[in-house]
Design a binder for this molecule. Structure first.
Ligand code: ATP
Ligand code: MG
Length: 351
C-alpha cells in the first residue's frame, strides 16, 4: 500500500497543482463528507445541529467519533437526545461500526504521503508524512523542525504518488517563527509560483493553549466548508504554550488532561478529513537518567507519545548535517538517516 512520493525535485515547471483551477477539481472529486444537516431528515432539529456545529462537529462521522460524555456537555443535550442523534447517524451512515478488513484496506487506499523535500527522509518515513495520522518531530533548537514545517507547506501543494494532486495547508504558529519569505524560497526551488503557494496556506498565530484548542474548531469548520481541499495541518510547536500556561508542579495533571483533549481533536480531524497532521515538539532532560544529563526526551509525556502515530527525533550532526531517527511507529522499523537544511528547505545531503 505504501505510496512513495514522487521525486519532487523532478517536478516540471508549471505542473504544480498550486492553482485555483486544480484545487476546484479536488473539491468536486472529494465532496463526499456526510454533512450533519442530513440529520434534519431524521428528526433532528436545526437548533440541535447548530449546537454541534458550534463545537466543531460538522459531519456524521464527527458525531460518531465523539463520546456521549462530551456531547452531554452541550447546553440542552441530555441522554435521550444524544441517543436519538446517534441513531439518526447510524441511519445516515448505514454503518454498524464494523467493516471488513478488506474495507479497511480499501479505506487505507485514500491515505497519501507528503514529501519532506529529502528523498532519504521520505524513505525513512515509508514514503513521507502520512495522512489520517499525527506525525511528530522533536529535537533541540535549530534541528530543523520549523524548516521542515515550511518545506511541507510547499510540497503538500505538489502532486505525488497514488494520484495525490496536492492541496492547501493550515499552519498554526505558537512561537512566531512562521516566515513567508522562507516559503517563497522553497517554492522557487520546486519551480512553483511563490504567490500562489502563499495563497494556499492559511495561517493563525495561537496566543495561549486554550486559544490553540479553539483554533482547531475553526480548522474543522474550514476543512468541512472546503471539503477535500486541505491536506495538511501543522502546529509548530504543540507544547510551547502548554509549557508557559502550566508551570506549577500541581498543574501537570490539568495540563495533561487539556493536552489529551487537544490531541483527540487533532486525531479526529486527521481521520475525518483525511489530512496529514504534522506537529513539532521540544525536548527536556530525561530525569529517569539522572546521572546522564545529556539524555533528552520529548515533552508531553505518555499522553503525547500515545496520541502520535509516528515520532521522529532530530539531532545535529557534524558540518551542519541533521540526523532524523524514527522513534516509534506502528509499521516502520527504528532507523535513522541524514538530511540537510538549505535555502530551498529540507533536502538530501549532497556529497
Ligand atoms: P527551535 O526549537 O528553536 O524552534 P527548530 O528545530 O525549529 O528550532 P529551525 O528553525 O527549523 O529549528 O532550523 C534552524 C536552522 O535552519 C538553523 O541552523 C539555520 O541555519 C537553518 N536555516 C534557516 N534558514 C536557512 C536558510 N535560508 N538556508 C539555510 N539554512 C537555514
Ligand atoms: Mg522552530
Amino acid at each position: 500500500m505504501a505510496a512513495e512520493m514522487m521525486d519532487v525535485s523532478d517536478t516540471e515547471k508549471g505542473s504544480s497543482i498550486a492553482s485555483e483551477e486544480v484545487l476546484g477539481d479536488i473539491e468536486e472529486e472529494e465532496c463526499c463528507f456526510q454533512d450533519i444537516v442530513l440529520l434534519l431528515e431524521h428528526g433532528i432539529s436545526a437548533d440541535d445541529i447548530k449546537k454541534l456545529q458550534e463545537i466543531g462537529i460538522n459531519t456524521v462521522k464527527g458525531i460518531q467519533m465523539t463520546t456521549k460524555k462530551r456531547l452531554l456537555e452541550i447546553k440542552g443535550y441530555d441522554e435521550v437526545k444524544i441517543n436519538k442523534i446517534k441513531e439518526a447517524c447510524t441511519k445516515v451512515s448505514l454503518s454498524t461500526g464494523f467493516i471488513t478488513a478488506f474495507e479497511v484496506a480499501d479505506q487505507r487506499k485514500q491515505v497519501f504521503k507528503l514529501s519532506t523535500g529529502s528523498k532519504s527522509l521520505d524513505k525513512l518515513l515509508g514514503g513521507g508524512i502520512e495522512s489520517m495520522s499525527i506525525t511528530e518531530v522533536f529535537g533541540e533548537f535549530g534541528t530543523g523542525k520549523t524548516q521542515l514545517s515550511h518545506t511541507l507547506c510547499v510540497t503538500a501543494q505538489m502532486p505525488g504518488c497514488n494520484g495525490y494532486l496536492g492541496g492547501k495547508v493550515v499552519f498554526i504558529d505558537t512561537e512566531n517563527t512562521f516566515r513567508p519569505t522562507r516559503l517563497q524560497a522553497i517554492a522557487n526551488r520546486f519551480n512553483l509560483d511563490p504567490t500562489t503557494v502563499l495563497h494556499n496556506i492559511l495561517y493563525a498565530r495561537a496566543y495561549n493553549s486554550e486559544h490553540q484548542y479553539e483554533l482547531l474548531r475553526n480548522v474543522a469548520a474550514k476543512f468541512h466548508e472546503e471539503a477535500g481541499v486541505f491536506k495538511l495541518l501543522i502546529i509548530d510547536s504543540i507544547m510551547a504554550l502548554f509549557r508557559v500556561d502550566y508551570t506549577g508542579r500541581g498543574e501537570i495533571a490539568d495540563r495533561q488532561q487539556k493536552l489529551a483533549q487537544m490531541l483527540s481533536r487533532l486525531k479526529k480531524i486527521s481521520e475525518e478529513y483525511n489530512v496529514a497532521v504534522f506537529i513539532t515538539n521540544q525536548i527536556t532532560a530525561d530525569l529517569t537518567h539522572i546521572n546522564q544529563p545529556d539524555i533528552k526526551k520529548p515533552v508531553g509525556g505518555n499522553i503525547l507519545a500515545h496520541a502520535t502515530t509516528t515520532r521522529v527525533s532530530l539531532y545535529k550532526g557534524i558540518d551542519g548535517i541533521r540526523i532524523a531517527k524514527i522513534y516509534g511507529s506502528p509499521d516502520l522499523e527504528e532507523n535513522e538517516t541524514m538530511f540537510s537544511i538549505t535555502s530551498g528547505g529540507i533536502d538530501d545531503v549532497k556529497n
